[in-house]
Ligand binder design. Structure first.
Ligand code: PGA
Length: 251
């Protein structure tokens, strides 16, 4: 078990209209209203952020964006700036999710810019890293993660990183029903913590939450959370239903 305060986050991806999102948020608020020992965050689509923020008012649930632009403003059709994200009521932003990297050409460098932008606007960056199945089979998981973590955090001062959350999401486990074993998760989380230690020392590394993502479900969350370096979960599919997500929060 980790000594850090857990974070359970739900990534709703491109699911739910405004009214569906509000309904799920309301149900969730009610189901987990008594939870005080876990940080909880949901990341609906941009279009429903403001309405969900209203539905969550006075609750213990934080709101996150699924990505953001690193530009302050300008002629960038379709993009969402950090100030826009903050103005909806968000205090978190998921950054560098593998689907953004895979389908929308995000790179370690643009992920780095987004992290810098999130920090500047006082958003908690939930920084996603993870290897593909091919990379795991080729035994290059650690070098892939080393590059993602090192480049993603390059040139960011230690004092700006206090709120950082790292999400380890093996791509082969996302939406596939294949979860990493607890040993696989622990091994990689420990490795990521060692990278943070190398960069900024052990006090920093020990303070940072590293959450696991990839087919987290009500029936496997407790086992994952029993690992010393697993500090929470980033949940996709199982976060879409209020009852199933509440079970994960209440693991
Ligand atoms: P999943 O997604 O829980 O559906 O595997 C996790 C994620 O993409 O964050």
């Amino acid at each position: 078990m980790s000594l850090r305060r857990p974070l359970i986050a739900g990534n709703w991806k491109m699911y739910k209209t405004c009214s569906e999102a509000v309904e799920t948020a309301r149900n969730l608020k009610d189901l987990i209203k008594d939870v005080t020992d876990v940080d909880i965050m949901i990341a609906p689509s941009f279009t429903s952020l403001s309405m969900v923020a209203g539905a969550l008012a006075g609750s213990n649930i934080h709101l996150g964006a699924q990505t953001l632009s690193w530009h302050e403003d300008g002629a960038y059709t379709g993009e969402i700036s950090p100030s826009m994200v903050v103005s909806t009521g968000c205090d978190h932003a998921i950054i560098g999710h593998s689907e953004r990297r895979q389908y929308f050409h995000e790179t370690d460098d643009t992920v780095n810019k987004r992290i810098v932008a999130a920090i500047k606007h006082d958003l908690v960056p939930v920084f996603c890293v993870g290897e593909t199945e091919t990379e795991r089979e080729a035994n290059i998981t650690f070098s892939v993660l080393d590059k993602q973590v090192t480049t993603g955090l390059q040139d960011i001062a230690l004092e700006d990183l206090s709120k950082l959350v790292v999400a380890y999401e093996p791509i082969w486990a996302i939406g596939t029903g294949k979860t990493a074993t607890t040993e696989q998760a622990q091994e990689v989380h420990q490795f990521i913590r060692s990278l943070l230690e190398k960069a900024h020392g052990s006090g920093f590394a020990e303070s940072i939450r590293i959450v696991y993502g990839g087919s987290v479900k009500p029936d496997n969350v407790a086992e994952l959370m029993s690992m010393p370096d697993v500090d929470g979960g980033l949940v996709g599919g199982a976060s879409l239903d209020a009852v199933s997500f509440s079970k994960i929060v209440l693991y």
